[in-house]
Design a protein around this ligand. Structure first.
Ligand SMILES: [Mn+2]
Length: 341
């Protein structure tokens, strides 16, 4: 079970019962987990406080396409606004950091702050009077569902659809699910078609992105180092998605360059297979390439990127060639180094 303490549930209930003006705040580009948890918490507040003229609101400075799908399906609304008017109580939902929201920090001091989240704790938590944060939970929706269950309140279908979407989204369609996740899903899913939930979470890829993937593949150059297949390519946008796609179809490692003439910028995205990432840190490769290009780079073992300045006097093709060669060289050097260590 999610480590949900009875006293936390009692305290949350009290906050929701005693306050009529509550803002549920989601992070930037709110995903289905943030939106699902916010919609459910707002419903809970509405059920627990029978008072008249309540003001219960959900805000985000932007929401994702999938979140829009879900809100349409269940007939709920999220106010899309920067610097929303803060209410007596402000909930940070699926949001651990003030960088993820656009609010006035000065105004925050006048509200009771509450956090319901599953991310790593940050300083924002110190500003909150009350919080339920479980870093072990796979989603905020999972935590919120547990809260309902502990309170003995069975949410209506629309709310359960939103919660299921959040859980499915954050667990990458259950790939990251734990035993508790399945238990809460079994509790939520009564009378709901699972395929419908899955279809709410799928979206057609943009034509421009599909085109970028296809171009990246058709322009691809393959090299081999130490029996690893290195794929090099270039596009004008979606370089990260292209690099990921190239690895997914068979390369061990990929580097995709995008030269943006207008912005005077070179961007590179690097990806590698999980097995190779145990030997090579792509973030370190990108950091080193960036250093040699006078830019900035870094990232994770499997996924990383860099930005550097593009000298407008030089030809685009020449720069692309040079950057890709450099990626290949640095990768080779790092690989030789691990081999000799
Ligand atoms: Mn989440």
């Amino acid at each position: 079970m999610v480590k949900l303490k009875s006293e936390d549930v009692i305290n949350l209930k009290k906050i929701l019962q005693e306050n009529r003006n509550i803002l549920f705040l989601c992070h930037h580009n709110a995903d289905p987990d943030a939106v699902g948890a916010a919609v459910a918490l707002k419903y809970l507040a509405d059920v627990l406080n029978k008072g008249e003229d309540k003001n219960l609101k959900i805000s985000a400075d932007s929401i994702s396409k999938l979140s829009k799908n879900i809100l349409e399906e269940i007939g709920e609304e999220v106010e899309i606004v920067q610097y929303p008017k803060l209410l007596d109580v402000v909930f940070f939902v699926d949001t651990s950091n003030l960088n993820q929201v656009k609010v006035s920090t000065q105004e925050l001091k006048n509200s009771i702050l509450v956090m319901i989240d599953h991310h790593k704790k940050t300083d924002l938590l110190d500003l909150c009077t009350f919080s339920i944060v479980d870093e072990g939970a796979t989603s905020t929706c999972e935590i919120v569902s547990q809260i309902f269950r502990k309170m003995g309140i069975y949410p209506p279908k629309g709310i359960r659809v939103a919660l299921l979407c959040g859980i499915l989204y954050d667990t990458k369609h259950l790939k990251l699910a734990r035993e508790e996740t399945f238990q809460i899903i079994a509790w939520l899913i009564k009378g709901i078609n699972f395929q419908r939930i899955l279809s709410l979470l799928t979206q057609e890829m943009d034509e421009s992105k599909r085109m970028a993937h296809l171009k990246a593949c058709s322009r691809m150059e393959l090299r081999e180092v130490d029996r690893y297949i290195v794929a090099l390519s270039y596009v004008s946008s979606y370089e990260a998605s292209c690099a990921k796609t190239i690895v997914s179809i068979g390369a061990d490692v990929s580097f995709v360059v995008a030269v943006r003439k207008k912005e005077g910028e070179i961007r590179v995205s690097g990806r590698c297979r999980k097995s190779l990432s145990k030997r090579i840190h792509i973030g370190e490769v990108m950091e080193e390439v960036a250093k040699r290009l006078g830019g900035e780079g870094g990232g994770h073992r499997e996924a990383a990127g860099l930005n550097a300045k593009y000298d407008k006097d030089r030809s685009k093709d020449e720069v692309i060639r040079e950057v890709l060669d450099l990626c290949y060289e640095v990768f080779k050097e790092k690989l030789q180094k691990v081999k000799s260590d």
